[in-house]
Design a protein around this ligand. Sequence first.
Ligand code: UT7
Length: 323
Amino acid sequence: MSLRSILAGCGGYLPERVVTNDELSKTIDTSDEWIRERTGIRQRHFAGKHETAAFMGTAAARAALADAGATAADVDAIILATSTPDQAFPATALRVQAELGVTRGFGFDLSAACAGFIYALSVADGMIRAGQVRGALVIGSEVYSRILNWQDRGTCVLFGDGAGAVFLRASDCRDDDRRGVLSTHIHAQGTLGDILYVDGAVGQPDKPGHLVMNGREVFRHAVTRLAEAVEEALAANGMTHADVDWLVPHQANSRIINAMGRKLGLPPERVVVTVDRHANTSAASVPLALAEARADGRIGAGDLVLLEALGGGLTWGSALVRL
Ligand code: UT7
């Protein structure tokens, strides 16, 4: 027997305001055609003033707890991945903890850009396997609309706001019972930090910070690194492409998503796509896509789901989960 993290529930939150490509093209030198052709994005949600990372993370966490049939009393740990926290401190995770009425355990934020959810899942899974926690909320919550450079049409059309969450529950499983989080693999290459970054932070004088990206370079690395991460996950579990029921990829660009689906030999209907409606919500994109596919009944009990993401850092990783 060994301790395993069962993915007991998923939830998501999207801001009320929807902004189409046509709406953006009224103020930015771009077009619906360019954005759709290069990225697959049709629209994105932008947060209102009250829709901060903590607000959206709390809503997603509530939905995940409800989906799991769990309550605040079941939460030992909250790990929240974000690049757009409400405050430098306290951690956004602790604002969520307070809002949920969780009065014990611990929480912290994790910064790994678009790979943040995979990193947070990896940390939470390690803590559950070690017996440190029995119930963990893993959240990705982002308001990139606040760090976009509206003078840079190469980046400002690509991102959206939102939050996604999962609730992990510890379970004593037989070693041959292959349920829950089967493996996570995370990687980083700091020498590539300058191809995707935010050029400021609260610790920098007079620099709130805007997102900067060399899209072509990131694209090139994404295709290679994500393919490696997927193979690594399958090899670690003695599995092949044929075992995968669903791919839930980071939602940055439909061209990258389609390339990954083809590499795995998965038909398009087995790849969960939200980039068309959500755009790139960074650390929120994978849990949001997962929550959507669970809620509409596509992904069900027993399915083997492969998650992957890559982001600024460079950071990337994968997780293999049996629901
Ligand atoms: O979440 C983290 C991971 N991020 C990613 O994985 C993103 C990876 N990169 C990408 O998805 C793509 O590189 C982009 C979607 C960002 C860009 O697509 P691209 O095919 O690499 O385009 P490009 O940057 O090479 O630009 C091509 C042309 C340029 O014009 P010229 O120089 O060919 O005349 C740009 O100025 O498209 C122009 N362009 C635009 N035109 C209309 C750039 N942005 C826009 C725009 N509207 N919004």
